[in-house]
Design a protein around this ligand. Sequence first.
Ligand code: NAD
Length: 484
Amino acid sequence: MNQVPFDSTQVFIGGHWRAGSGGETLPLFNPSDGRLLAQIARGNAADIDAAVNAAQTALAGAWGQLSAAERGRLLLKMSALVLAQADELARLEALDVGKPVKQGHADAVALARYLEFYGGAADKVHGETLPFAQGYTAFTLREPHGVTAHIVPWNYPMQIIGRSVGAALAMGNACVLKPAEEACLSALAFARIADQAGLPAGALNVVPGLGEEAGAALASHPGVRHVSFTGSVGVGTLIQSAAARNAVPVTLELGGKSPQIVFADADLEAALPFLVRAGIQNAGQTCSAASRILVERAVFDTVVAQMAATYRSLRVGPALSDLDVGPLISARQREIVEGYLALAQGSGLQVAAQAALTPDIPAGGFYVRPTLLAPVTPGHRLAQEEIFGPVQVVIPFDGEAEALAIANGTAYGLVAGVWTRDGGRQLRMARRLHCGQVFINNYGAGGGIELPFGGVKHSGHGREKGFEALYGFSALKTIAIKHD
Ligand code: NAD
């Protein structure tokens, strides 16, 4: 219990730390050994109401009075503090999420970079003057929505907080953040950093709790003017319905079944590290994980053999040992992934390679063996459904048209990667892939602070990251002045 250097059982509302109003707590478990790690507050509807009120008070007070440049400077201060505390944040994330330390460290650095990017951009978002009727001057202003809700999952808390809360604060909104009940220590550490940086009280409020309690109360709160949700498709649709009753815009960042497509003319040596890493990073619990690898038949056996060799060399173990792959977040998540592996076995899918677990792995941890399945048919459930574990399927194809049909042939459309030296094909594929981001001869699972990110189809709608997020977290007002 003393592995967490602060009291994790409190909510942060209006600049104050206090117990949740129901007085109850929820347990957090360390995924690396399955043992109790800490308790967090079980925030409820009354806490959410208090947080929304505190955010409204901040907008009417000190926070609302700041200029864009002053908001930017505060974000830059938070960025510097995050960087200074990156080692400690990485350790917390290792304990809480089961993320190998270097991956947690990369998340902390990304959080700092989001705050730097949005801090620098805060005073560079402007409206336009519009040609209009004779005798008028017309222009647009970008204004904050007001109170924004941020409901985030457990897999990349720091990065998701950076891209949504960072952009919302830059535009002058006041935020209520509901982190995931499975992992929320870095969200609490982030609130401490905001406080340390001097962010005015109520500009950021953090209420941990259960999704169906605190999360549902936040998504449906009439004082909230924008909802940013990152998580599963099922919950995303509930959030959108709840927000619709208040006629409030939502950003949904949902799941994926993202392909990397390898043509026979590709630089295979360059592709290989991206093919595997983008599948097993964060134990495959990445919305933009490259969980499908499509390979042109002429190089299929070569690519599978090379990926299989990499799989056999992967080291899987406790997060603090900082190996290639850590545990899954929970026993429940492991059951889901094991269910898919049983289905693969039951339907006769061939295991091309499986990584071994390190011999002294803690018995109570939530580990699965990273598994490469090849060949898999495009319609198989393992090639269609988001597994959210370190499992990749390899699918053979013949020619560009079939590659496109397979790539576009799932319910999702988040990210795609294309490996080819043919310039014309690069452009054709980029235009025809139905998704939110395309990487040519590279692949960024979760990366790219500057690059707008989001999905189509069941992967969601709205964009975060890059400048685009600043437009999403603001409302456009048009002003027309008649002067003669
Ligand atoms: P989840 O939908 O179960 O939970 C996400 C958040 O929603 C948590 O904070 C949870 O408490 C809250 N929540 C749950 N039920 C709620 C309700 N009824 N009302 C309001 N809030 C509620 O998702 P998860 O299992 O934690 O995360 C995994 C999913 O997230 C995967 O599908 C993954 O692809 C997706 N994801 C997407 C992105 C992206 O950027 N597109 C990034 C990370 C994860």
